[in-house]
Design a protein around this ligand. Sequence first.
Ligand SMILES: Cc1cc2nc3c(=O)[nH]c(=O)nc-3n(C[C@H](O)[C@H](O)[C@H](O)COP(=O)(O)OP(=O)(O)OC[C@H]3O[C@@H](n4cnc5c(N)ncnc54)[C@H](O)[C@@H]3O)c2cc1C
Length: 401
Amino acid sequence: MDPLSPRQQALLELVGTLGREKFAPRAEKYDREAAFPFENYADLRAHNLLALCIPQSEGGWGADYRTYCLVSAELARYCPTTALTFNMHCCTMMWIGEVTDALGLPDEVRAVHARRRSAVYRRVVEEGALFAQPFSEGNQAAAGKTPFATTATRHGEGWLINGRKIFASLSGAADYYAVVVTEEKANATARDTLFIAIPKDAAGFSIVGEWDPLGMRGTVSRTLLLQNVFVTDDALLLPPGVYHQLAVRWPYMFFTLAPTYMGLSQAVFDFTVAYLRGEIPPMQEKRRRFPLKQAAVAELKIMLESARALFHTVIAEARLDPSKEARLRAYVAQYTIMENAARMAALAIRTCGGQSILRPLPLERMYRDARCGALMLPWTAEICIERLGRECLYEPGERDE
Ligand SMILES: Cc1cc2nc3c(=O)[nH]c(=O)nc-3n(C[C@H](O)[C@H](O)[C@H](O)COP(=O)(O)OP(=O)(O)OC[C@H]3O[C@@H](n4cnc5c(N)ncnc54)[C@H](O)[C@@H]3O)c2cc1C
């Protein structure tokens, strides 16, 4: 890994301090209540961290992809729920920024986009606005198999949005919901996807349903209903056609949930070591002398470092139009990080023993949170396996008779 700049180091120290001193002590309460960590967001806002992925010229920290991934992983060591929801906001800022610029759009398209995104950045920097990213619909769209069922129909100078999004993290906390929708037209395909910001107080927008899941409970990911919600063209976060281009040409946009589970894996390892060393109150009996426990810690370390090596490799390779090998490696990394997080948490519990799963110790929460990683579309563990198997064996266009 290239050395960090002083600015990157300062940022990681800031996030580490916030995480250790403020977010970690609050995590148990948010988990128990399945409530959104508003206090953590007030702290992030106070340090202008909602503008982490906004260019410095527009008032942000100007974090690039690598810096974002490292910050996200550091945050997740202390509160995975905060890291996962922070991802939805930061990615919206990142995608509309340098990633879109790299596509080399025509000048007039670029100029309109630059004006619209500056307005988005100002809302974040000056008003502390928070953006959610609800894509999932419970159908095959988020898996990349069909166009999104939520539609945008041309209406005067804007659009009427209709549909339903499930698992909208930050529901009730976000100021804007950055939804992906399909432009209503004959024979619409995934190329007709639009990325649009819906204000929380838009007429026809509502949040419904209960939220009482296994893990990542503080994300408060409830269901959104969009019924004839009107937005103007200025709500377009990306020019028409650009979301699909990004999804195809910059697949790293879908790797940004992995840092959360990388940080969580580190937390599982840190907890296990401290616990076996007798450093976690009220348990003060050292258990590190048992050879089987030492072997389990060695296994945890191997899983952690294997995942981390892939994590850094993929971050370093992130670019527009990656080679086939680099893209496959990104699936391998995503799968490894998500699955290792869950396996590590399970092994940590077996190794630390019965008393380690008692609340308020964080291990049982880590176990539940870690289980969620493999479910995150569009790169679920299953989809990674499916793509890896197929793409290792078939070149584009190849078919068996
Ligand atoms: C804590 C948490 C927070 C979340 N936050 C967000 C969020 O902020 N925004 C967001 O958009 N989503 C979010 N999600 C949703 C997540 O990304 C998935 O969309 C969700 O878990 C899918 O659940 P499902 O029951 O539809 O199952 P899935 O099994 O994933 O199925 C989804 C659809 O994809 C199809 N499918 C699944 N696997 C394959 C395959 N191998 N080949 C073909 N089709 C397949 C299924 O048939 C189905 O139609 C969150 C999830 C969790 C657990």
